[in-house]
Design a binder for this molecule. Structure first.
Ligand code: GLP
Length: 254
């Protein structure tokens, strides 16, 4: 794991954006794994600005981590709609090459198998963008998820439902289930790019980086990933025992 600590979420998003955009310059056919939530919005702004300034996204392909189960793609809170509005509509990407799990799939197991096969056929995910839930979840892999799980239907925890209720009229409107890439699926990405901002993530972040590897904090498996880049703001980094060392290593160019 490489840990990068910034004064603000804006500075962290800029650095993450520079990384992603540079990788797309090197490989215009890059396969991105994408995440929703408020955290990656700054990164998506950086990508949109680079595209406006001439970076070509027309051959980039993408696979999103997850989608609420039961929401139509045009539902205001669906992750398909979120991705269109916050990223895809601002890139010259071919929407046919952007995949978000289908929350309306009549046969979810068949859908999940096809989604995994499509990722493989694309050559696998090159860069997987990730955020973390306040309980350590990645995608919608809640605590207790198998660390080798694959794309499947999952049940959201009451904590996640309450965290995400702010986007819905009331907590009762938040779907109870989702389709999510599994932890094992995420681990196959060549690079994982994890963004975590804010004090409410500090405990999960500490567990992810410095705790034991455990399904009680699914993000902790990233300690076993060969190329994970973690972008934190000061608040999310505030509970790290070795925070000063990570900053020192950063100042040494590592
Ligand atoms: C949802 C998503 C996760 C995301 C998390 C954090 O649960 N499924 O992928 O990381 O929200 O959201 P936020 O970035 O708004 O804190």
């Amino acid at each position: 794991m490489q840990i990068f600590i910034f004064d603000t979420p804006e500075a962290a998003s800029r650095a993450a954006g520079e990384y992603v955009n540079a990788e797309i310059r090197k490989n215009p056919k890059l396969v991105l794994g994408l995440a929703t939530g408020s955290t990656p919005l700054g990164l998506y702004k950086e990508m949109a600005e680079a595209c406006k300034a001439g970076l070509d996204y027309s051959q980039v392909r993408s696979f999103n981590l997850d989608e609420y189960y039961g929401l139509q793609p045009d539902h205001p809170q669906s992750y398909r709609r979120f991705m269109n509005e916050n990223l895809f509509d601002h890139l010259n990407i071919d929407k046919a090459n952007t995949r978000v799990p289908d929350g309306t799939a009549a046969d979810p197991a068949a859908f999940c198998a096809e989604y995994e096969a499509a990722m493989k056929a694309a050559g696998g995910v090159d860069i997987q963008v990730l955020g973390i839930g306040s309980d350590g979840h990645i995608g919608f892999n809640e605590p207790g998820s198998s660390l080798v799980s694959r794309t499947r239907v999952v049940a959201l925890t009451p904590q996640t439902i309450s965290d995400n209720a702010r986007f819905f009229e009331k907590a009762d409107d938040v779907p109870r289930k989702a389709i999510s890439m599994g932890v094992g699926t995420i681990m196959e990405a060549k690079t994982c790019l994890m963004l975590c901002f804010g004090a409410n993530k500090a405990t999960a972040v500490q567990g992810m980086i410095e705790g034991g590897i455990t399904q009680f904090n699914p993000a902790s498996i990233l300690q076993m990933h060969p190329d994970t880049r973690v972008y934190l703001d000061e608040a999310a980094a505030s509970k790290l025992t070795l925070k000063d060392y990570y900053k020192w290593a950063g100042s040494c160019g590592l």
